[in-house]
Design a protein around this ligand. Structure first.
Ligand code: MRU
Length: 347
């Protein structure tokens, strides 16, 4: 498969994830505001993919501002303002802020003229794309070492190639494990309300011919109790300095069920998903999404008019439920405060 998101001829080309699995369609995002909307409406989704979208978005704003004949100083201050606005398009995944802050750092440190800054931002975005794939392969290889022979791996949401530039984090672990042992298989949670598991995870795995069974969100403890799940691997949107992990709503339930059944529960994520500035998961902002995601499926209302709705997009799994955090520098183990600090000192 081509890259999920790629800078090409001064546009950001990305898979439109709102139409997967019916179509594998690429769209070109041409302005900063279009990027803001693409992130918010989840044309692009998944923490690492929206990080790259953020980096591309800053480039798109830079191209627009270049046409306004501003002074270099005004260009920089306006661009930083727009970059920070772009960072507000989705609040939970820290990769968005991480990549935008990297672009802002580049802007502040550059000695180039406006044209030069525009070029440097685009090149830097492309570098982040390539690094994302390399990092995911490393995560995959570290993770494969803890996958038992012929394992059935349960995953929630989509932390695959389509949530990243390519290969995936949790599904990167699956891909690397399957390459070594083709008796490995996946159970994919449907992941209401937006069904990323049903729509996107199964699509990717079927394409790669990796055996996958789709289950609804309420079924995971049933299969754990039957001894049919050997491990859980999920992605992450933001990990606090103590290892508490925000991921798609429903992940916490899976982690509790895994703990009860003595099943290892791993989080697979790049270090860019770890927010060392926040001490615990209580500080992670949780996105509240539109009520229609809950009241409707495929445009059709599924509940009575007048019902109250709450729709948090993510939950936080406490660190004590996590067996290990699989990163590009190895598998971090509890006590996460120490292992996370050490990982950051080593890079
Ligand atoms: O709302 P989404 O689809 O962007 O949420 C995605 C997830 O929760 C993923 O598990 C997470 O971003 C990790 S992707 C490698």
């Amino acid at each position: 498969m081509k890259k999920t998101i790629e800078w090409i001829n001064n546009v950001s080309r990305m898979v439109d994830q709102t139409v997967v699995p019916y179509e594998l369609k690429y769209v070109d995002i041409k302005t900063g505001q279009e990027m803001y909307d693409a992130i918010q409406t989840m044309i692009v989704r998944g923490a690492p993919a929206i990080g790259i979208a953020g980096a591309h978005g800053v480039s798109l704003y830079a191209i627009e501002l270049e046409k306004e004949n501003l002074s270099r100083e005004k260009f920089i201050s306006e661009l930083i303002k727009k970059a920070r606005y772009l960072a507000s398009s989705r609040p939970t995944a820290v990769n968005l802020r991480w990549a935008i802050e990297k672009q802002i750092e580049l802007i502040k440190n550059s000695n180039s003229d406006i044209k030069g800054i525009v070029e440097e931002l685009a090149k830097h975005g492309q570098k982040l794309e390539d690094e994302d794939i390399e990092i995911n392969k490393k995560i995959g290889d570290f993770g494969a070492e803890v996958v038992p022979k012929s394992a059935t791996i349960l995953t929630h949401c989509n932390a695959g190639a389509l949530a990243t530039v390519g290969y995936g984090t949790a599904l990167g672990v699956v891909r690397s494990a399957y390459a070594k042992d083709n008796t490995v298989q996946v159970f994919a949670d449907e992941t209401r309300p937006r069904q990323q598991g049903a729509r996107i995870t199964t699509f990717e795995l079927v394409m790669d011919k990796i055996p996958v069974t789709l289950i609804t969100d309420g079924m995971c403890s049933y299969f754990m109790n039957k001894g049919m799940i050997d491990m859980v691997v999920v992605g992450a949107d933001r990990i606090a300095a103590n290892g508490d992990t925000a991921n798609k709503i429903g992940t916490y339930t899976v982690a509790i069920a895994a703990k009860y059944h003595n099943i290892p529960f791993y989080v697979a994520a790049p270090l860019s998903t770890i927010d060392i500035n926040i001490k615990t998961g209580a500080e992670i902002p949780i996105e509240e999404r539109s009520h229609e995601e809950v009241t409707h499926i495929n445009g059709k209302r599924i509940c009575a008019e007048g019902v109250k709705i709450i729709n948090p997009g993510f939950d936080v799994t406490p660190n004590e439920l996590i067996t290990g955090i699989i990163t590009e520098v190895g598998i971090l183990k509890p006590d996460y405060k120490d292992s996370i600090k050490k990982a950051f000192l080593e890079i």
